[in-house]
Design a binder for this molecule. Structure first.
Ligand code: 5GP
Ligand code: MN
Length: 354
């Protein structure tokens, strides 16, 4: 069935896409990469773009890189082409063109930064706010729900017919970045983009089955522990929880499985801001911040050396969970300046790390 709606591509976007297409025209070897700790949108855009290049250009040598050595998260291995993803550290080429998707800050390229540095040209298609993008050409629109929407629009601009494989990749990106069309970034463009992908043969139930209904018991036990210790303060407006390395060891869950657990925290009624922390190797803690209202959490993430969107941002903290909470919770409380005046406590709920 043909989808009876379409996506608008304005002149600025068309001109940026033309510049990127010209760079691809002129390149023989191409490396595509997304951010470290890749999510469904990062991998969906990367592989979707691989399928676009193969459909529209012949004779290009394309490598799909993972920013670091971690394996592809289990729930995303169903994406068509996932078997071609390789760690950047194992890639020895000097590409004519480096294409960064779902990412515009070089520091989040991890091992792929050295590939970027030795590439002859670079370009970006992304939806993260960025004042100072790298490369020769870029299209960055923070209002887009997912980078997948923008790369799909790149295919439409080129006149490349959407295939079921492209469709599954981009649909996975849109579904995961909008939290199954539940977050504030869900807009008409994301829904129209999804409709076109489904019309092209992508199966939403396939994304759902792999990403949301294929959890290992080990992960569910970890989720239960995280759920059991959710705490709220600031009159219930801030909610947080965490997973320690001991939790991972005890339950047998893996680090990447803990990625979506901030959704458990944000589900608390009345909470406006959610924080989830997990201990990662090297004495560090990864933090996920979410805002359910108009409050901007990206500033707090940036203060902690991270970044992201207003409603979804992240950071990495040097130290343990206890130290991270002592640093982050006051910053979150400061987003509600009237809370103490309203009788909110100035101390934070006790953290039980047992
Ligand atoms: P998550 O919490 O799911 O890791 O990330 C939420 C959003 O913030 C994503 O768009 C992600 O790319 C961005 N983000 C997460 N961590 C960082 C970080 O350390 N630096 C920057 N610049 N962005 C981040
Ligand atoms: Mn994204």
């Amino acid at each position: 069935m043909e989808a009876s709606c379409s996506l608008d591509i304005d002149q600025r976007q068309a001109a940026a896409f033309d510049r990127i297409a010209r760079l691809i025209d002129q390149a023989h070897t191409i490396a595509i990469c997304a951010h470290t700790n890749p999510d469904g949108d990062a991998l969906g855009t990367e592989l979707g773009l691989l399928h676009i290049i193969r459909a529209h250009w012949t004779g290009k040598q394309v490598a799909c890189l993972l920013a670091d050595d971690a394996p592809v998260p289990r729930i995303y291995r169903f994406l068509p082409g996932a078997g071609e993803l390789m760690p950047a550290a194992a890639y020895e080429g000097t590409p004519d063109l480096f294409i960064s998707v779902d990412l515009s800050v070089a520091s989040r390229l991890a091992d792929a930064q050295s590939v970027l540095n030795r590439s002859r040209h670079a370009c970006i298609i992304d939806h993260h706010p960025c004042d100072d993008p790298f490369g020769d050409a870029w299209y960055i629109r923070p209002s887009a729900a997912a980078a997948s929407v923008l790369v799909e629009e790149f295919a439409l601009h080129l006149g490349v017919p959407l295939t079921p494989d492209m469709g599954l990749c981009f649909l996975c990106g849109i579904i995961t970045d909008t939290g199954r069309f539940q977050y504030q970034n869900t807009d008409a463009e994301a829904l129209v983009a999804s409709s076109l992908l489904v019309a092209a043969g992508a199966d939403p139930a396939m994304v759902s089955l792999n990403v949301y209904q294929s959890f290992r018991l080990e992960f569910l036990h970890l989720k239960a522990a995280v759920m059991a210790r959710v705490v709220t303060f600031a009159h219930g407006r801030i909610a947080y929880s965490y997973a320690t390395s001991a939790d991972l060891e005890r339950t047998g869950a893996s680090l990447d499985e803990a990625d979506g657990l901030v959704d458990v925290v944000r589900s608390v009624a009345g909470s406006e801001i959610a924080l989830f922390l997990k201990e990662v190797p090297g004495g560090k803690v990864r933090g996920n911040l979410r805002s359910k209202t108009g409050l901007d959490v990206s500033g707090v993430a940036r203060e902690l050396g991270g970044g992201g969107h207003m409603a979804a941002a992240g950071f990495t903290f040097e130290g343990d969970v206890d130290e991270a909470l002592s640093t982050v919770l006051p910053k979150l409380r400061a987003l509600f300046p009237d809370d103490v005046a309203r009788g909110g406590t100035t101390s934070f709920p006790r953290i039980d790390l047992s």
